[in-house]
Design a protein around this ligand. Structure first.
Ligand SMILES: Cc1ncc(COP(=O)(O)O)c(C=O)c1O
Length: 372
């Protein structure tokens, strides 16, 4: 747990941490030493915490650890296939959504990829690690619009396009109409569209592109159970695609990559409809309330569709003002996600995970008056 306190000048400046959830590294970068507990809003996890029954279930399931996991992932794949009305051959479970990204980059080694920035940094990293040429397209303006025509032109010259929906860190959601156009062009150009839906459940499962997978589109969907079920330590993700594509990508997976506890847990998570309803009730109300309040305070906020908001003070954007926001939040007990390590952003924006209403009220109060 990260802590707040006095300035630690000796080791300043440290690098900006690459990901959220690295509170101590962020404090080190800000030159703040650790002596008080802080609430971490940098990793965009469900503040309801994991389902209540999880502790007992884990204790009962410990004997699973004395066997190798099922390399075929039969039970987990069948549960996910049933959940999404797909065939089990269209599902591969991965060690978090992050592994799925790296498996795709391995399967497309030395080919060409397009990433749409600012976005989750692992797409470009995985592609570069696998010798891929990475081309980049920028989202446009303070509302981070996708230039659909520009993307249709650019995708012709690459083998894979990574699109995050809702996008991390902007929270924006590319429309289904735009997806339809992109898929038509991708199919004609023989380009694979990879859509990362790590945060889609916070918007609502009905917005998922899984129906396009059912219809045989040239599409891979990446999913993660990490954020929604607040289980980043367990490592649970999966991909959905046509059976031949799933087989090709799975060929790169390390044997037993999916641990036995994670695999056995999947059907239980999917059965807990009450948890889904509680989460959606919380997130839909807080997302619009927090967005409205931030705008009223003078912050610029693109329309959010996940469980986090990106914002910056109104007026001229500047990294110094972004850093002042981070410091103000730390002073009041909160760690937010800086944006220095998102290609296409320079630290002027700050991303905050939505918490329960009292938490959101507390950080909104901390930001009141710091907007000008
Ligand atoms: C867009 C996106 N995809 C995938 C991941 C990785 O998720 P997981 O923890 O399931 O590996 C993250 C994590 O932050 C993310 O933001």
């Amino acid at each position: 747990m990260a802590r707040r306190g006095s300035v630690r000048s000796k080791c300043y400046p440290q690098p900006w941490p690459q990901h959220g959830g690295e509170g101590d590294a962020l404090l080190a970068r800000l030159g703040i030493s650790d002596n008080d507990a802080l609430t971490d809003l940098s990793a965009s996890l469900n503040p309801l915490g994991p389902p209540d029954w999880l502790g007992d279930w884990l204790a009962r399931s410990l004997p699973l650890l004395t066997h190798y996991p099922d390399r075929q992932q039969q039970e987990a794949r069948e549960a996910l296939a049933h959940h999404h009305a797909l065939d089990a051959a269209q599902v591969r479970v991965t060690n978090g959504g992050a592994e799925a990204i790296h498996l795709i980059a391995q399967a497309y080694r030395s080919k060409r990829a397009l990433v749409i920035e600012p976005t989750f940094g692992e797409y470009a990293r995985a592609c570069e690690l696998n010798g891929m040429e990475v081309r980049r397209l920028s989202l446009v303006g303070d509302d981070f619009r996708l230039d659909v025509d520009g993307l249709c032109q650019a995708l012709v010259a690459v083998d894979v396009v990574f699109l995050c929906r809702p996008n991390n860190p902007t929270g924006t959601l590319v429309s289904c109409q735009a997806i339809e156009t992109l898929l038509e062009h991708a199919e004609a150009a023989n380009t694979l569209l990879v859509v990362d839906e790590a945060f889609i459940e916070f918007h609502g499962e009905q917005a998922s592109l899984v129906d396009w997978v059912r219809r045989g589109a040239p599409l891979v969907l990446l999913r993660s159970l990490t954020k929604f079920y607040c289980l980043p330590g367990l490592r649970l993700g999966y991909l959905l695609a046509q059976p031949e594509r799933v087989q090709q990508i799975s060929g790169y997976q390390v044997a037993w990559s999916l641990n036995a506890l994670a695999a056995a847990l999947i059907p239980h998570l999917l059965n807990d409809q009450g948890y889904v309803e509680r989460t959606l009730n919380w997130v839909s109300g807080e997302r619009s309330r927090v967005g409205k309040n931030l705008r009223r305070l003078g912050y610029v906020v693109p329309e959010a569709h996940a469980n986090f908001v990106l914002c910056r003070p109104g007026g001229v954007a500047s990294p110094a003002r972004g850093e002042a926001m981070l410091r103000q939040l730390v002073k009041h007990g909160f760690i937010a996600r800086h944006t220095h390590t998102f290609a296409g952003l320079d630290g002027s924006w700050v991303r905050l995970a939505l918490g329960l209403p009292a938490t959101n009220d507390a950080w909104l109060a901390a930001l009141a008056g710091a907007a000008e």
